[in-house]
Every structure is written in structure tokens, then in C-alpha cells.
Write a protein that binds this ligand. Structure first.
Ligand SMILES: NC(=O)C1=CN([C@@H]2O[C@H](COP(=O)(O)OP(=O)(O)OC[C@H]3O[C@@H](n4cnc5c(N)ncnc54)[C@H](O)[C@@H]3O)[C@@H](O)[C@H]2O)C=CC1
Ligand SMILES: O=C(O)C(=O)[C@H](O)COP(=O)(O)O
Length: 381
């Protein structure tokens, strides 16, 4: 079984890491002094575009460690012919791109970055709502009910902001106990909310072929049936995973109802059809979690997990890398007119729409927008 000693005692050979070049502060976290200070082991790091991490590259480089983000599928297709990888770290919250059963069967340690960008995504959602409906700053004039589907790290963080603004929360999460926010059925959330925001993982139904699936699958959770129960004035926001909404049904729904819809994620990501894009109130290139803080926290979490695997003491902290942050939630609440300075979401919307050509946004353009994204700052609470 691979363990700290099999990864550490092979001191003749550098610790070899293949990493997605889109991981924040890669070189600051993963180098000989932050990983090898106790063992004197050298570190070799190969930074590659996430979609280019493939079986051939892994066979060529024989890495000990793979560090990825959401665009690299991890499973047998990548690793079947490889025996070197002992640790996979995904600097993301979502894990739908990782076959964790396969990694467990191969005794490959896996770590993801749970919760790393929970404030960033919650702030993205608030910005989308308040940009489209500025009247919601004053809920005494316009009562606001925010429906939240999925009440884990992001959903519960969003609920706290909502309560702080005086909004009511109707929440649905069948995998958590009832609470002051887990207080409604799916049908109630769909039919009684002014805004619905999705914060579920992408899952498929559990069955014999898929024993690690879910009894409450989320793929196409929002389909024609669900959309039909939502009043046409209900604003729908998806910053979870694209396939949680059936894109075909969504296009038909918007045509019929004129509903305002905000998407940060797309069923056929990284491609987006003009038919869908042209109907959205706000569309962004999967950047809801893209803040300096959110991305650095993601790196920190997988770095700490790798240190544990290697049995070395962590020697790098994101706090030494963070520039000063002047964005205060209390200031924004007192000065709603400053929202655009805190986050100009329409600029991200325009950047995505500018990539539309020949009836679609192409995958390469979508990826480039994300690679070149100027990271926002998280508002401090
Ligand atoms: N757009 C972006 O940039 C980002 C997107 N994400 C996505 O957001 C998702 C949620 O993130 P977190 O809140 O941090 O995850 P989390 O794991 O803390 O919470 C997810 C919650 O969804 C609930 N859930 C599962 N199936 C459900 C169902 N059928 N109906 C209602 N609730 C259900 C779970 O019980 C859990 O409480 C991630 O899985 C990821 O796919 C995460 C970060 C950034
Ligand atoms: O953390 C997640 O889950 C996300 O969706 C990420 O923020 C997406 O970013 P990339 O991993 O695709 O860079």
C-alpha cells in the first residue's frame, strides 16, 4: 500500500508533480523548500494546461503527484497504465470529474478543497441578484424570498448573507437535517421563491451499475417539470454544475416565460450555443469562485493534504501571499451604489458574449477567458 514512506524514502528520485497550470501560486506552494525541507528531496514540477493532462503525458513523466482542477477527468482512462501516481489533489470544491472509487481501489490518496471558495460563490450570486434587481437591497419595500437548493458550504454561506440583508430563505437539502434554512420541500422552493440558486454537486442516480451514486441525483434536477412549477418572475441562478439544469428545457422555458436566468456553468461547457446564451440575463465563464482568496485557499488545502501524505510539516501559508484586501461587506451594505466597484459582473458577462462566433462560444475561447481571468477579491465579513 502506498504511504508516506514509499513516497518519501525514494530520495534518489525527485518528487515529480504534474499540475494544472491554472492552480494559483503553484510554484510558491510546491517546491523543494515547501515539500522537501525535512527530507532534502528535490521537487520537479511540470505545469500543464488542465485539458492536456492525459495518459500519454502521465506515462512519459511518471509523476508521484497529480494536482488538478475541474477540467481534468481522473479515472481508469488516465491512470490504468500507470503505477507511479500516489496522490491526486484537486484544488476545487466539486469532485464530479474524479472517480474516487477507482482511486480508492488503487490506494491513491485523494484530496479536494472543500469550501475553499464558498464566500466567493455566494458573493457572485448576491452580485447577480442585486445587479438585476437592485430593489432587493430594500426588502421592506419588496419582500424577497431566496430559494436555495443544496445547503452545504456555499448554500449555507449564501443563506447567512441573505439573512443579513433581511431576506427570507427557503432551503432544500434532503441529505441534511431540518433547520432554520433547511425548511422546505423542493416543490415549495420551486413554487414560492423570488430567486432560486443552485448549490448542489453533480450526481447521478445510485444503482447496481453506479453504487456510489446518489439517492437524490442532481443531473437534470431542473428540467421541464421543475421549470413549469416556477413562476415566470422567478430568477434562476446556476453556479453549481451545468448539467444540473437540462439546457434544452431551459431554452424552451425562457422562450415561453421570458424568465431571467443567470448561468456561470453550462450543460455543454466549455461550449455554449448562441440559442442559449442569447436568452440569458447574465452569463459568465465558470468564474463564480475565481477570487484571489478562493483560488489560494484551494491550493493551500491540497498542499496541506500533500504534506500530510508526505509526513512533512507545511511550510507555506496563503496569508503570506495575499495582498491587502479593502473590500468590506459592511461597507457595501451601507453603500449599495458601490456594488459595481466591488464586482462588476456585467463586465464578465460582456467578456463571455464577445467570444460568440458562428452561433457558439467555442471551448478554446471559454477556457482562455478563464485562464486570463483577473481574479476578484473576496469581500471581508
Ligand atoms: N461555479 C463555480 O465556480 C463553483 C462551483 N462549485 C459547485 O458548487 C457545488 C456545491 O458546493 P458546496 O456547497 O461547497 O458543496 P457541499 O458539498 O458543501 O454542499 C453541497 C450540498 O448539496 C446537497 N445535495 C446533494 N444532493 C442534493 C439534492 N438532490 N438536492 C438538494 N441538495 C442536495 C448536499 O447534501 C450538500 O449539503 C460543488 O459541488 C461544485 O460543483 C463550487 C465552487 C465553485
Ligand atoms: O471549485 C469548483 O468546484 C469549481 O467549480 C472551480 O472553481 C472551477 O474552477 P476550475 O477548477 O475549472 O479552474
Amino acid at each position: 500500500m502506498p504511504n508516506a514512506s514509499t513516497m518519501n524514502n525514494d530520495n534518489m528520485r525527485p518528487l515529480t508533480i504534474v499540475a494544472d497550470s491554472n492552480i494559483a501560486s503553484l510554484n510558491e506552494f510546491f517546491n523543494a523548500s515547501t515539500l522537501g525541507q525535512e527530507t532534502k528531496r528535490t521537487v520537479k514540477i511540470f505545469a500543464v494546461t488542465g485539458r492536456d493532462i492525459n495518459a500519454q503525458l502521465i506515462a512519459e513523466l511518471q509523476p508521484d503527484v497529480l494536482l488538478i482542477r475541474s477540467v481534468t477527468p481522473i479515472g481508469a482512462a488516465l491512470l490504468a497504465d500507470n503505477n507511479s501516481v500516489k496522490f491526486v489533489g484537486s484544488a476545487t470544491i466539486g469532485t464530479d470529474h474524479v472517480d474516487q472509487d477507482y482511486l480508492a481501489a488503487r490506494n491513491i490518496t485523494f484530496a479536494n478543497a472543500a469550501g475553499c471558495s464558498k464566500h466567493s460563490v455566494a458573493q457572485y450570486v448576491l452580485t447577480a441578484i442585486l445587479s438585476l434587481r437592485p430593489q432587493y437591497w430594500q426588502p421592506s419595500i419588496a419582500p424577497v424570498t431566496l430559494g436555495i437548493i443544496g445547503l452545504g458550504n456555499i448554500g449555507s454561506t449564501l443563506a447567512r448573507y441573505a439573512h443579513d440583508l433581511g431576506w427570507q430563505v427557503l432551503g432544500y437539502d434532503p441529505l441534511l437535517p431540518a433547520s432554520n434554512i433547511n425548511n422546505a420541500s423542493l416543490a415549495q422552493v420551486l413554487s414560492q421563491s423570488n430567486v432560486i440558486s443552485l448549490h448542489v454537486p453533480l450526481t447521478d442516480r445510485k444503482d447496481d451499475a453506479n453504487p456510489s451514486g446518489s439517492d437524490y441525483p442532481t443531473r437534470h434536477l431542473i428540467d421541464k417539470n421543475a421549470l413549469d412549477t416556477m413562476p415566470s418572475e422567478t430568477l434562476l441562478i446556476n453556479s453549481a454544475r451545468g448539467p444540473v439544469i437540462n439546457a434544452h428545457d431551459l431554452v424552451a422555458d425562457i422562450k415561453h416565460t421570458g424568465r431571467q436566468v443567470v448561468l456561470d456553468v453550462f450543460e455543454h461547457e466549455p461550449e455554449i450555443s448562441e440559442d442559449l446564451l442569447s436568452k440569458l440575463a447574465i452569463a459568465t465563464a465558470h468564474i463564480a469562485g475565481y477570487t484571489v482568496e478562493g483560488k489560494l485557499r484551494g491550493t493551500q488545502i491540497i498542499y496541506d493534504a500533500l504534506c500530510e501524505k508526505l509526513a512533512v510539516t507545511p511550510a507555506q501559508s496563503m496569508h503570506t501571499l495575499l495582498p491587502l484586501n479593502m473590500f468590506l461587506w459592511s461597507e457595501l451594505k451601507a453603500h449599495p451604489e458601490r456594488l459595481i466597484k466591488f464586482y462588476n459582473i456585467m463586465q464578465d458577462d460582456a467578456a463571455l458574449r464577445s467570444k460568440l462566433a458562428d452561433g457558439q462560444v467555442k471551448g478554446a475561447d471559454f477556457d482562455q477567458l478563464r485562464r486570463d481571468y483577473h481574479l476578484r477579491r473576496e469581500w471581508q465579513s
